[in-house]
Design a protein around this ligand. Structure first.
Ligand code: X5A
Ligand code: ZN
Length: 669
């Protein structure tokens, strides 16, 4: 399951033939710059290259009026003066004799991408197109857009593929008012757009771009506008908007497909957007969307006018679609007040329509919540015998698959350290017997009774070898099976090794009965997060414990509202995620958590699970660490009042120190 890249050179033909300072930024070099950079980075070669076809007039008719299609068709034979006169009838538009051809290729490219994804030929992909589409309306061109490429793709997905729930994420810096108008009463298309707004003082100057435009009729709540009222929004603002707003809605919506109106004028350097988000941020946005819809993500280029920034951001997007880990985000992860005000106003406007938002209207709760018993939880996963054999075969079949995309130089490794089998990738790591324990390591292991046996020590040696490989950058991620009684001890030794190796920030996410090792340093190098089914407590900003939510809704708000904001705020070099005794997680939930924890640490995630976990669990974790999409969680169920209360309490406690937890501005601001 690869990544498609859809393109046609003819789309470089359309260009501005007269003087117009507003339109001159939409140039052919936008496409060539992006494509050249994809080639230079070796990314184009890893994709399935598809040559764009022209959309048929019937396909254009899915969203445009016959009269408008005729009008555009007739521009093919007009002279320059006539083209200019006609262009003047629209807002920020130029026509060229090749416009009709190019615009039909742009739509055709989006449709080809969609068909390739929905027939299962590829997992995801990008269509590199001009002209862009999201400002285009039923009977009007606007903002460089002639036909609405993404809207036609959505209509086609409904009509030809029978889809019922399509999410459109418009991360272009302009409001895709065209797309909004086309679906505003349609509950089968959830349209999310953030955009430079400045209280209505930025193009296209529309009242209906504001947060209170939420759709109409049956479509109430299925239009989501996040207006940015200041320029300079950066990585923290974008990630916060995804974690606190878009993703809760998206999981509740449970889309079958994600379409991205992928404009890169929202990136740093762009003259239109004036924003600050770095190209890496688009890797993170992409990765955050890949956990939806079984990973079926179709990105279609919209704006992006700074050639360098555009090219780099396109590469980040494609690299992530290919499954590579996203590079860590730079800069302080602190959303600005204006961003928080915007996010808060959207939450307020949308809360009547979405259960997932009703819960998170956080009023800091300072009183201690009631303790939570673990009664009523699902039983732990059935013992499925040795984890290793099935995981090994899952992995080797993974490797045998004809790969459209040769893996990047740094691949995941898997060390399953049960006595009967060891499987470690890549091969140069396989040969190793694991590190011999040195004096230092033996001293760490000694106090732990559970590590007294040879087998446990051998397993430990392999884990430590893998850990070193990750810290040295030879391996990106891994899985280790620990002897059942030795999970806590193994985790303890792993942390010590990480620290002695010089790690400055280590995030431990411990699920189930795993206590924080007693002698651990308290100097901010370890962020310890225990999700286990007892009470909610923040002993310090680096030591947090929360009940294990039972229902999908509670699990999601825990991940999106607590774990990921902390992880993104901490910016760890490495994440240890340990599934300890009685972790109680279903495979899809464990896969989602593991997959999302790849984000904050540049993909460096080491998963520890007990040897007697189900084999399916190891296989599923191996696949997500390899960059595959986690399986869908299925229909949304609302969080329990206890889970909501615990989360509110913790957020109230931790928000002053961890700014990424905020989803509304300080009251005094
Ligand atoms: C697709 C896109 C921008 C139009 C700006 C007009 N259009 N001032 O980014
Ligand atoms: Zn734009």
């Amino acid at each position: 399951m690869g990544t498609a890249l859809v393109y046609h050179e003819d789309m470089t033909a359309t260009r501005l033939l007269w003087d117009d300072p507003e339109c001159e930024i939409e140039r052919p070099e936008r496409l060539t710059a992006a494509l050249d950079r994809l080639r230079k980075c070796g990314l184009e070669q890893r994709c399935l290259r598809l040559s764009a076809r022209e959309a048929s007039e019937e396909e254009l008719g899915l969203v445009h009026s016959p009269e408008y299609v005729s009008l555009v068709r007739e521009t093919q034979v007009l002279g320059k003066e006539e083209l200019q006169a006609l262009s003047g009838q629209f807002d920020a538009i130029y026509f060229h004799p090749s416009t009709f051809h190019c615009a039909r290729l742009a739509v055709g490219a989006a449709l080809q991408l969609l068909d390739a994804v929905l027939t299962g030929e590829v997992q995801n992909g990008l269509a590199l197109v001009r002209p862009p589409g999201h400002h285009s309306q039923r009977a009007a061109a606007s903002g460089f857009c002639v036909f609405n490429n993404v809207a036609i793709a959505a209509a086609h997905a409904k009509q030809k593929h029978g889809l019922h729930r399509i999410l459109i994420v418009d991360w272009d810096v302009h409001h895709g008012q065209g797309t909004q108008y086309l679906f505003e009463d349609d509950p089968s298309v959830l349209y999310f757009s953030w955009h430079r707004y400045e209280h209505g003082r930025f193009w296209p100057f529309l009242r209906e771009s504001d947060a209170d435009a939420v759709g109409r009729g049956q479509g109430l709540g299925f239009t989501v506008n996040l207006p940015w009222n200041q320029v300079g929004m950066g990585n923290a603002d974008y990630v916060a908007a995804f974690l606190h707003l878009l993703l809760p809605l998206a999981f509740e919506f449970d889309p079958e497909l994600v379409l991205v109106s992928a404009g890169f004028d929202s990136a740093i350097g762009d003259p239109e957007g004036q924003m600050q988000a770095t190209p890496e941020c688009f890797a993170h946005l992409t990765q955050l969307l890949q956990v939806l819809a079984g990973g079926r993500v179709c990105a279609v280029l919209e704006g992006g006018y700074h050639l360098e920034s555009l090219a780099e951001s396109v590469c980040m997007t494609v690299q992530t679609l290919l499954g590579d880990p996203a590079p860590p985000l730079s800069g302080p992860m602190v959303p600005c007040q204006s961003a928080l005000e915007s996010i808060q106003s959207v939450c307020a406007a949308q809360a009547p329509h979405w259960k997932s938002l009703q819960l998170q209207d956080v009023t800091p709760v300072q009183t201690s919540p009631s303790t939570h018993s673990s009664e009523g939880r699902p039983p732990p996963l059935l013992p499925g015998g040795p984890v290793c054999k099935t995981a090994a075969s899952a992995l080797s079949s993974l490797l045998d698959q004809p790969c459209l995309h040769p893996a990047p130089p740094v691949c995941p490794a898997v060390a399953l350290t049960a006595p009967d089998i060891t499987l470690v990738l890549p091969p140069d790591v396989t040969q190793q017997e694991g590190s011999a324990l040195n004096e230092e390591t033996e001293a760490w292991a000694k106090p732990h009774e559970s590590l007294a046996q040879d087998e446990a020590l051998t397993a430990l040696g392999k884990l430590l070898y893998l850990l070193d490989g990750m810290l040295d950058g030879q391996v990106s991620s891994g899985i280790v099976a620990t002897p059942p009684s030795a999970a806590a001890a193994t985790l303890d030794v792993a942390i010590q090794r990480g620290l002695s190796h010089g790690a400055q920030r280590l995030l431990c996410v411990a699920l189930g009965q795993l206590d924080r090792p007693p002698d651990l340093v308290h100097d901010g190098r370890i962020l310890w997060l225990n999700i286990r089914g007892k009470e909610a407590a923040a002993l310090s900003m680096f030591q947090v414990s929360t009940p294990l939510p039972v229902l999908t809704g509670g699990f999601l708000s825990c991940i999106l509202g607590l774990v990921l904001p902390l992880a993104y705020g901490f910016q760890p070099e490495l994440v240890l995620v340990a599934l300890g005794p009685a972790h109680g997680l279903q495979g899809p939930h464990a896969a989602l958590l593991t997959s999302m924890l790849r984000g904050p640490a540049g993909g460096r995630v080491l998963a520890l699970l007990e040897e007697d976990s189900t084999p399916q669990l190891a296989g599923i974790l191996a696949r997500v660490l390899h960059g595959e999409a986690p399986p869908s969680l299925g229909p949304y169920s609302v969080a329990s009042p206890e889970d909501t209360q615990a989360l509110r309490y913790l957020r109230g406690q931790l928000e002053p120190q961890w700014k990424m937890l905020q989803c509304r501005p300080h009251l005094e601001a």
